[in-house]
Design a protein around this ligand. Structure first.
Ligand SMILES: [Zn+2]
Length: 235
């Protein structure tokens, strides 16, 4: 590996557990291939509880710890929390600036984010509005904000020059253009998902549901598992 560039992947998502559900198999595969992977979680999922005795502070703690455990299972190298309030996300200039900061610091070859155009999936899921806001802010941070030095010039004073992200993987999209085969990484994805204990009520049912969603077959009729993305090559 000496002298070769280690590819860097930055995953920017709204909540703890989003990366594992959206693309945990792909992340595990990339880590195995030698890529360096970092997470930026915009909120700490501090409202995702139906326990009437739960407080936001306790829940933040629980969910950040679960997220770190899940990231460890996948082999992710760093995890950052921006701690915006859960359920209230807008793609504001403040949020864009905070994502630009991490892009200029981390200098990703690939940025992974959520799909801001997805309002619903099939007839069973209204997309969480935080996911749309996170995707919109992340894409705005990639282009044009992180690229052009006149945006947030304070970053340059902090030693962080502009950065052009060459490739973007938009996860949880109803319109995938690229499929990543995660058959060898299905078990590790599911193990990572199960680290989010406060979010998983019935592990067996959840595993069956997700295997069903990810399942496909190859040209020989063999079962394979895959994750879909809209991939943008920005050159
Ligand atoms: Zn989420």
């Amino acid at each position: 590996m000496m002298g070769t560039h280690q590819e860097r992947v930055l995953v920017v998502m709204a909540h703890p557990d989003d990366p594992e559900f959206a693309c945990g198999g792909t992340i595990a595969r990339w880590v195995r291939e030698g890529k360096y992977v970092g997470y930026v979680l915009i909120t700490s999922g501090d409202k995702g509880s139906d326990d009437p005795t739960m407080t936001r502070e306790r829940l933040m703690d629980i969910r950040e710890n679960e997220q770190r455990a899940a990231a460890r299972v996948l082999g992710v190298h760093e995890v950052h929390f921006l701690r915006y309030p859960d359920g209230e996300l807008y793609p504001t200039m403040e949020l864009r600036r905070d994502i630009v900061y991490h892009i200029r610091r981390f200098r990703p070859d690939i940025l992974v984010c959520q799909d801001p155009t997805a309002y619903y999936f099939g007839d069973y899921y209204i997309n969480h509005p935080d996911h749309r806001a996170a995707g919109e802010a992340a894409l705005a941070a990639v282009f044009p904000l992180a690229r052009d030095h006149l945006n947030f010039p304070e970053h340059l004073e902090q030693g962080l020059p502009p950065h052009k992200v060459p490739v973007v993987y938009i996860a949880t999209t109803p319109n995938p253009t690229t499929w990543v085969d995660i058959t060898d990484f299905l078990d590790i994805k599911l193990e990572a998902i199960l680290q989010h204990k406060s979010q998983v009520k019935d592990p067996e049912a959840l595993i069956e549901r997700w295997k069903e969603r990810l399942r496909t077959s190859d040209e020989n009729g063999r079962v394979r598992y895959r994750e879909g993305f809209r991939v943008m090559y920005l050159g």
